[in-house]
Ligand binder design. Structure first.
Ligand code: TYC
Length: 109
């Protein structure tokens, strides 16, 4: 951790005052949560997952599901690491509980 200290001259004494300028803030890395297509998970189940875990409207959920169905992969949302990890776990647990092979993954944005 480096400190950002700037020395500003306060006159002709040659003595500077250590002044904190920018308090360091780090933006968190963001992660995409993706759904992967498969041949067996019912479309209605995928729509339900998107509504339940990603707070999508029925229309938006249906669009995302169809995108995944047609293109093989699609984005459910973008989150910080811990939130993304939680979403993936929730979806995978829910799919397993209902014996569907649905796969959900995360990737650094
Ligand atoms: N391809 C599936 C079907 O035809 C539907 C589906 C869509 C499955 C999206 C997974 O992530 C998925 N029943």
């Amino acid at each position: 951790m480096s400190k950002d200290i700037r020395r500003s001259d306060d006159g002709d004494t040659g003595i500077g005052i250590a002044t904190k300028t920018r308090p360091k803030t780090k933006r968190p890395s963001l992660y995409r949560v993706l759904l992967l297509n498969d041949d067996y998970t019912p479309m209605e189940f995928v729509v339900h997952v998107l509504e339940r875990f990603f707070n999508k409207s029925r229309d938006e959920a249906t669009q995302i599901m169809l995108h995944v169905h047609q293109h093989g992969v699609g984005e459910c949302g973008v989150f910080t690491y811990e939130v993304a990890e939680t979403k993936v776990t929730q979806v995978m647990d829910f799919a397993r509980k209902h014996q569907h092979p649905l796969q959900c993954v995360m990737e650094r944005k």
